[in-house]
Design a protein around this ligand. Structure first.
Ligand code: NAD
Ligand code: ZN
Length: 241
């Protein structure tokens, strides 16, 4: 059965008031990205990094999903089991939009993780105090549940399977709001028979020509159009592509 694979990045949440990396010129909320996003930076200054993510997490509390998050949630309800929702985002806007499933490739701000036993625990918008104890093993080694540069991303296995299946089965790939600097979305599109790109503007790292269709503009504004295309794709008889 045909499926649609969504792969989103920070741009899908921009209209909800969460800044992207790219907009911040290599800085994320005035911090050097390597300071707050690398294994080395965390080792050097654990509290500074925890404080940084505490602030990002707190900032999520009043953020609301926009039309693009809701569009994916609606499709998931309409086509159960046929919408794969992969995101590089660490915010909880797909959850707030009531998506049935979300694969967070780079972790989630609203969870803490034990460095000792890997247990994750839901903390919503709370801070992680230094020395916070793991509910499973009791170690005082809880940290933010975010994948850092230089660390393995366990969810990539799910993503690789989804991309390979989409290529092999002729599914539709929809890429929204990512600069392609972390994930090679242009090469994914080249593997596909059907693909859609929606970014704010054309940019160097992604050749829009690699996609069947490319829409440049705000994700919230293109969401309805993308929903119609996804629906058409899913309701076409198999083999009709
Ligand atoms: P990025 O910041 O590198 O690029 C953002 C992309 O979104 C750009 O291509 C831009 O054209 C596009 N964009 C901006 N506003 C848009 C809009 N309104 N509609 C459509 N597109 C829009 O983002 P990335 O590729 O996701 O990489 C950044 C990394 O930083 C990710 O790994 C992510 O985990 C992390 N991050 C996450 C968040 C979040 O969770 N919301 C925010 C910032 C960074
Ligand atoms: Zn533990």
């Amino acid at each position: 059965m045909k499926k649609v694979v969504f792969l989103s990045g920070a741009g899908i949440s921009a209209e909800s008031g969460i800044s992207t990396f790219r907009d911040s010129g290599g800085l994320w909320e005035n911090h050097d990205v390597m300071e707050v996003c690398s294994v080395g930076g965390f080792r050097l200054n654990r509290r500074l990094v925890l404080d940084f993510y505490d602030a990002r997490r707190k900032g999520l509390a009043d953020k609301k999903p926009n039309r693009a998050h809701c569009m994916v949630a609606e499709l998931q309800r309409e086509f159960p089991g046929r919408i794969i929702n992969l995101t590089q985002n660490v915010d909880d806007l797909f959850e707030k939009a009531r998506c049935e499933s979300v694969v967070h490739l780079h972790g989630e701000l609203t969870k803490a993780r034990c460095e000792h036993c890997d247990e994750t625990t839901q903390i919503d918008y709370e801070e992680i105090p230094l020395g916070m104890k793991c509910p499973r093993c009791g170690s005082a080694a809880m940290r933010h549940h975010i994948v850092k540069f230089g660390q393995a991303a366990p969810m990539y296995q799910i993503q690789h399977t989804a991309i390979d299946d989409a290529a092999a089965q002729g599914w539709l790939l929809v890429v929204i709001g990512t600069s392609g600097q972390v994930l090679p979305v242009e090469s994914y599109a080249r593997m596909m028979r059907h693909s859609i790109l929606n970014n704010l503007e054309a940019q160097g790292d992604i050749d829009g020509e690699a996609f069947t269709q490319a829409f440049y503009g705000k994700a919230g504004e293109y969401a309805d159009r993308i929903q119609v295309l996804a629906r058409e794709f899913l309701t076409q008889a198999d083999g009709e592509s």
